[in-house]
Design a protein around this ligand. Sequence first.
Ligand SMILES: [Zn+2]
Length: 87
Amino acid sequence: MKKIQILGKEYKIEYVDNKTLGGNCGDCNTEQAYIRINKETTKQHQEDTLLHEVIHIISEEVDLELTEPQTRRLATVLYSIGVRVHG
Ligand SMILES: [Zn+2]
């Protein structure tokens, strides 16, 4: 089981199948402290999604109130300059 610390809180990172996520790339839950990534996508896509989900969590934990499109753009830009989450 992979884990990551975000702002002092430990999150589980689970790689699940496409069906479990209803066709989504990933999701996250701050209360239950987990991130799920669709393992039926490319490695690059999974890394991008992990970064995206971590940004959602940061946004929620420090009240940035980022929207889905803002989160998507921020993740894409950070990914393009080489930022990776090592989950
Ligand atoms: Zn999202």
